[in-house]
Write a protein that binds this ligand. Structure first.
Ligand SMILES: Nc1ncnc2c1ncn2[C@@H]1O[C@H](COP(=O)(O)OP(=O)(O)OP(=O)(O)O)[C@@H](O)[C@H]1O
Ligand SMILES: [Mg+2]
Length: 255
């Protein structure tokens, strides 16, 4: 089993887009995939067709230890891909648990019983480094960082890597950044190329060769309720995420 947090405290860098479409790519390759929505915006859950305003049970109840993790799981349009949904209620968790002892360890504790049911567990983190993201980083072994190659991103990445280091030392010795994903890449612009070269120079072989190009089909995709491989199978977005999934599976040989 590989557990991977898709994390970047910067908003709108394609964390959710990557969670859905990398997850689908892995599921198409026969992997058993679990997607966990950790964002109170619930974008992952609504993308996969849930009515997030009327969830009976969600990650909120899991954090408050009101239900077992298994009880909130729902099927998706892809057979071997399962979803743990979230909605705006999750925003309350930070405040409710603010003074709770062991609050960083809740997700790890709650998810432990199910981990062996999956080959890949992908966690879609919110755009912050608050309690929910720290819980994700305490549970997983790996972090993938999606980077929007349309904006100079290095400073934010250094903040993130420092946070990862603190969590690694204090809470989770196994934690490692194992992939940087260049997203929204537009090869016609100097900026995209420059950002790509910068992250390559800083993070070297951690940067995936597969680059996710800017693609209108990906932007349209969430309202379709499906991943890009079903919505627009011949689009550049489908090709790029399929290549990324293959590269991620290739990593298994190294780990
Ligand atoms: N390769 C791409 N081509 C075109 N549009 C994209 C691409 N990747 C992501 N987008 C669009 O960029 C926006 C942000 O993407 P997404 O919601 O996945 O980012 P996020 O990091 O999850 O955001 P947040 O921090 O709010 O959770 C969305 O409108 C999405 O459709
Ligand atoms: Mg998101």
């Amino acid at each position: 089993m590989r557990s991977i947090a898709l994390t970047n405290q910067k908003g709108g860098v394609a964390k959710t887009t990557t969670t859905v479409n990398l997850g689908a790519g892995l599921a198409h390759m026969g992997k058993r995939v679990l997607l966990v929505d950790l964002d109170p915006q619930g974008n992952l859950s609504s993308w996969l067709g849930l009515d997030i305003h009327n969830l009976e049970r969600s990650m909120y109840n899991v954090f408050l230890e009101e239900v077992y993790f298994e009880e909130i799981l729902t099927k998706t349009c892809i057979e071997n891909m399962t979803l743990a949904p979230a909605n705006v209620a999750l925003a309350g968790v930070e405040r409710i648990l603010a003074h709770e002892k062991g609050r960083d360890l809740i997700l790890r504790k709650r998810m432990l019983p199910v981990v062996d049911n999956y080959d890949y567990i992908l966690l879609d983190c919110p755009p912050s480094l608050g309690l929910i993201t720290i819980n994700a980083l305490t549970f997983v072994r790996e972090i993938f960082i999606p980077v929007e190659t349309k904006v100079l991103a290095l400073n934010g990445l250094i903040t993130l890597v420092n946070t990862v280091q603190v969590v690694k030392e204090r809470l989770n010795h196994n934690l490692e950044v194992t992939g940087i994903i260049a997203c929204r890449f537009d090869g016609r612009t100097n900026l995209s190329n420059e950002v790509y070269n910068q992250i390559k120079e800083r993070f070297k072989e951690k940067v995936f060769h597969s680059v996710i190009r800017e693609n209108i089909r990906l932007a349209e995709c969430p309202i379709s309720g499906k991943p890009i491989t079903l919505y627009a199978p011949d689009s550049p977005g489908a090709i790029d995420y399929t290549n990324l999934a293959e590269e991620v599976v290739q990593q298994e040989k190294k780990t």
